[in-house]
Ligand binder design. Sequence first.
Ligand SMILES: [Zn+2]
Length: 602
Amino acid sequence: MNLMSEITLPDRKDVKEEDTWDLSPIFAGDELWDKEFHSIRSTISDISKYQGQIGSSVPSLARFLHLLDDISRRMGNLSVYAHLRHDQDMADVKYQAMNDRAQRLYVEIDTATSFLVPEILSRDEEELTALLDEEELKFAAVPLRSIIRNREHYLSQREEKVLAMAGEALDAAPRTFSIFNNADLTFPTIKDDKGSDVTITHAKFMGLLMSPDRRVRREAFQGVLGTYDSFKNTMTSLLDGEFKSRTFTSQVRKYPSALEASLDDDEVSPAVYQNLIETVREFLPSLHRYLEVRRRAMGLDELHIYDVYVPLVEDFDRKLSFKESNDIIIEALRPLGDEVVGIARKGFNDRWIDRYENRGKRSGAYSSGSYDSNPYILMNYEGKVHDLFTLAHEMGHSIHTSLSSREQPHIQAEYKIFVAEVASTTNENLLMDHLKKIWTTPDERLYLVNHNLEEFRGTVFRQTMFAQFELEICRRLEGGEPFTSEMLCDIYGDLNREYFGPGVVVDDEIKIEWARIPHFYYNFYVYKYATGYSAATDISRRILSGEEGALEGYLSMLKAGRSKPPLELLKMAGVDLSSPEPIRRGLEVFDSLVTELDRLLE
Ligand SMILES: [Zn+2]
């Protein structure tokens, strides 16, 4: 945040009410929150009454699961209210404390209910399967099935306790990385394009890489990566700790590999992961073609890695009022039908959205809500085209939440991360399609195509490269290779040469870039960005072309919450990720965008 905006930003209390979210439907006042907090807390003693009961009696188990479902539903309201209030002004100690109290209550409840899984699994095979046929337990079929499905990976009560106690120690690597990266690490000072000194920070880095002045880009690139390189032994040791922790946990839980342990949570097989990587690699020539078009458009003899982030259209400065953005999004979502448009309209009219920046407000944007609340959106809207896309994206999440809460009982309403980015990306795609119809000057068109291509490059190609990096490290470790910085830099350098292709100068500094990527501490997580984006591209293309059943299938997926495993949900929307076809169809869209960019630049 620069000094100017720090001075001109309003305090939270001075923001116009109509520009803020209305949280009164959750709790009409903070004192009601407090009352509910104490009321939920007093139910913890009810939980312990069930200990020793639910392993043998089906009626006890059913009553207990109802109790837990009720507590978790109420906790949802409690924690959503606290964290939204906290995020609107993070310096406000009152809401900081409220948020902490909600988090601690979650931990207390988790600890109190720790006998749940071991007692359920104390039954023999036959009794377990029979549970699913019990009429009284039908409402809890989804969580029960998941516990039973994973039974061989749960340990004895004592071992589970030991693992839980070791949890914090096993998390040391990501925690240390995060503190080192965000608090301790400093980057050099360089001269910006006006000749003024600028000290590089994480927040400024991307802006510097987008500078029209090549010297600035190069110095920022070398400054950041050079800094990581000077800590390469520490960074290697941290990542080593992360991978050792993954391997330890997966072995203790009797999974054949760390990859399988991670994917199993979404009921995804390693073949899906492999399939993504192979299909994306098939399309690397399209990416290389894009980079070549870029090089020509930028008028450069050779394209370096530090050249690829520069926007191809400068100063596309279209300011949109919040109301204009709302109207554009409503029009863009028309192909999804009245039900969806109605939700978006309600969101814009009923103050689901906290619009503008104020002093102390959390940066970025998100959609968040409980089962009973509105799906609220936090934004820092400034009127740029980028903000329009962000708003459409977050509204996608809110529409998904709204539909699944409306159609599913609480216990199976909350959708999983694996499918979460589908609705948000579909919204962005529909917005893109609509804007291409109404913004038709060559510059506008160029801006949109470039935006679309960069999303693809950042989400599908780059994340898949990350996924391949994680997989390759695991393979080497399982093959008995020692974990060294040379191994990491070799793998990362080779992958960059493959993904950027022969037309790009792959600067030597890039091989340490793995050291600055937080996602390598997320345990085989990044591939979900690429599969989600590909699925959404395929879905929106079919909806827009009017393919029969495409819209109905998509809506039924959104309404299904987490009632089925993620891959089955996507199948409802016509996407079968066990085959390469959906990813291929998504990447064909990328390829045609490259052709369009090439034509526009001529
Ligand atoms: Zn999102």
